[in-house]
Ligand binder design. Structure first.
Ligand code: NAG
Ligand code: NAG
Ligand code: NAG
Ligand code: NAG
Ligand code: NAG
Length: 425
C-alpha cells in the first residue's frame, strides 16, 4: 500500500518536473529566436500608440504615471495597409502565444523529435492554433491590429470583427487524438489538389492514414482511386466553400466534404469570413448575409457542429509566414495580398497536430508535367500562378522538408520517364 502511494507520488513528481522542463525549453526556444532575429521584448499595452507609420519604433519613454501593466480599454486607431509600401516590421512580429496543451511524446518517430537544427529553431510545437471568445481581449486586439489580414486585424474595426469572435466557442477537444489501439502516433495525410495525383493510384494509401486533411475544391467522387475518399479535416475559407461549387462544379464538385464526424477548420482570411462566422453561430435568425444567401451552416451538408468547428488563430498564420514562408514579395508594393496558400496552412496545421505527415497533391519540381488540378483529367492545363501566393517558395519548402525527413512528399518519380534535371529557380 505504502509503496504504491510512493510510486504514485514519484510518478507525479516526474511528470511535474518534465512539464516544467518542457515549459522552460519552450521559453528558451522562443527567447533564442527573439535574440536571433535581433528583436527585443516590449509590453503590448504600452506599445501600440507610439509607432510611426513606417515601422520605425519611436523610443518614447512610458510616462511615469502610467503603469506598464495597465490594461488598455480602447481599440487603437486603425492602421491602413495602403500606408505601407512593404510589410511593416514590428518588434513583436515574431512573438506568438504558445498555450496549446503540450502533447506527450509517446511517438518516437514524431516530427516533434526532429533533430534538424533549423526546424527545431523555427518550430513552436505549442503555438496557439485557434481563435475563440476566451482568448481575445483588448490588449490582444491592439497587438493583432498591427498585422494585415489574415495575420491580424489591421484596418478592421473592432466592433465588426468582435461581433463574431465573441461567439466562437472554445474548442472542447484537441483537433486530433491518437487512434485507440494504434501505435501512439497520429499519422496524417494532407491532400492538395495538384495534377500530380491524376493517374497516381495512391487513393488507398491516402485513406490508410489515421486522418486525412483536404482543402478548397477537394472533390473525391469519381477520383477515389487517385485521391481516396475519406476526409477527417477540411480546411477552408468563406470564399473557398462558397465559390468551389461554381468553379469546380463541372468536375463533379457538389459540396464540401461531409464525412461523419469531420472537423472543419476555417482560415479567417478577410472580413467576409467574420461575417460568415457571425451567421454560422447565430443560427436560424441570420439566414442570409452579405456573402451567403442561406445560413452558412447549410454549406456543410448536415455535418456542421459547433464542437467540431475550429477557427485558425492569427498568430499561427503569421508564424507560418514569418518562419517558414517569408516571400520576397512581401517587400513589394502589393505586399498586403501576399500570403501562403490554403494548402500550405493546412499542411502546417497537420505539422502541429500530427506526428507524421505525408503530403500528396502538393507542387513538386515536375509540376509542368501535370495539370493544375488532379480533376483536370482530359485536357492538360498549365499551373496558374496567382500574385498573392509564392508557389515556387512553397514547392521548394516541401521539397526541403522531405529531404530533411520532416514530411514525406509524394513526388511520383518515375525514373524511366525522367528526361531533364529540375530547373533551378
Ligand atoms: C493612410 O491611409 C488612409 C486611408 O487610405 C489615408 O486616409 C491617410 O491619409 C493615410 N495616411 C498617411 C500618413 O499616408
Ligand atoms: C489578454 O490575453 C492575453 C493572451 O491570451 C493574455 O496573455 C493576457 O494576460 C490577457 N490580458 C488581460 C488583461 O486579460
Ligand atoms: C471509401 O472507400 C472504401 C473502400 O472502397 C469504402 O469501404 C468506404 O465506405 C468509402 N468511404 C466513404 C466515406 O465513401
Ligand atoms: C431553422 O429553420 C428551419 C428552416 O426554416 C426550420 O425547419 C427549423 O425548425 C429552424 N430551427 C430552429 C431551431 O428554429
Ligand atoms: C490523367 O491520367 C490519365 C491516366 O493515367 C492519363 O491518361 C491522362 O492523360 C491524364 N490527364 C492529364 C491531363 O494529364
Amino acid at each position: 500500500m505504502a509503496s504504491k502511494t510512493s510510486r504514485i507520488f514519484l510518478f507525479l513528481l516526474v511528470m511535474t518536473v518534465s512539464f516544467v522542463v518542457l515549459i522552460l525549453s519552450q521559453e528558451y526556444l522562443s527567447k533564442s529566436w527573439t535574440i536571433f532575429s535581433g528583436k527585443h521584448e516590449l509590453g503590448w499595452e504600452t506599445f501600440p500608440l507610439n509607432i510611426n507609420l513606417w515601422g520605425q519604433e519611436e523610443k518614447t519613454a512610458v510616462p511615469p504615471s502610467v503603469s506598464t501593466t495597465a490594461v488598455v480599454e480602447t481599440p487603437m486607431p486603425l492602421l491602413y495597409r495602403g500606408n505601407f509600401t512593404k510589410l511593416p516590421q514590428w518588434d513583436f512580429d515574431d512573438v506568438y502565444n504558445q498555450d496549446a496543451p503540450p502533447r506527450p511524446t509517446t511517438c518516437a518517430q514524431s516530427l516533434r523529435n526532429s533533430q534538424d537544427e533549423n526546424f527545431k529553431k523555427a518550430f513552436l510545437p505549442n503555438i496557439r492554433l485557434f481563435l475563440h471568445k476566451d482568448n481575445i481581449n483588448m490588449s490582444e486586439w491592439n497587438r493583432l491590429s498591427h498585422f494585415n489580414n489574415p495575420f491580424g486585424f489591421m484596418q478592421f474595426k473592432y466592433d465588426d470583427v468582435m461581433a463574431s469572435v465573441k461567439l466562437i466557442p472554445k474548442p472542447k477537444e484537441p483537433l486530433l487524438l491518437p487512434k485507440p489501439g494504434g501505435d501512439g502516433c497520429v499519422h496524417c495525410a494532407v491532400v492538395g489538389t495538384a495534377g500530380i495525383l491524376n493517374g497516381s493510384k495512391v487513393g488507398a494509401e491516402i485513406d490508410a492514414h489515421d486522418y486525412v486533411f483536404r482543402m478548397n475544391g477537394a472533390v473525391t467522387k469519381g477520383y477515389e482511386e487517385d485521391v481516396g475518399n475519406r476526409t477527417s479535416v477540411y480546411v477552408h475559407t468563406q470564399h473557398s466553400i462558397t465559390a468551389s461549387r461554381y468553379i469546380f462544379g463541372k468536375y463533379g464538385y457538389k459540396s464540401a466534404p461531409h464525412d461523419e464526424g469531420i472537423k472543419y477548420v476555417l482560415i479567417p482570411e478577410a472580413m467576409r469570413d467574420f461575417q460568415w462566422l457571425e451567421g454560422l453561430f447565430k443560427g436560424n435568425e441570420s439566414f442570409s448575409g452579405p456573402h451567403h444567401k442561406k445560413w452558412p451552416g447549410a454549406y456543410y451538408s448536415g455535418q456542421y457542429n459547433e464542437n467540431r468547428f475550429y477557427v485558425l488563430h492569427q498568430d499561427f498564420l503569421r508564424y507560418v509566414r514569418n518562419r517558414f514562408l517569408k516571400s520576397p514579395n512581401l517587400n513589394k508594393r502589393f505586399w498586403a495580398i501576399v500570403r501562403p496558400t490554403n494548402g500550405a496552412f493546412a499542411l502546417f496545421l497537420a505539422l502541429h497536430t500530427c506526428d507524421t505527415v505525408d503530403a500528396y497533391g502538393f507542387m513538386t519540381d515536375e509540376y509542368m508535367k501535370y495539370s493544375n488540378y488532379y480533376f483536370e483529367k482530359y485536357i492538360k492545363s498549365n499551373v496558374i500562378f496567382y500574385a498573392n501566393h509564392d508557389y515556387i517558395l512553397e514547392k521548394n519548402t516541401w521539397k526541403s522538408f522531405h529531404k530533411r525527413k520532416i514530411i514525406k512528399l509524394y513526388q511520383r518519380t518515375e525514373p524511366e520517364t525522367k528526361t531533364e534535371t529540375p530547373k533551378q529557380h
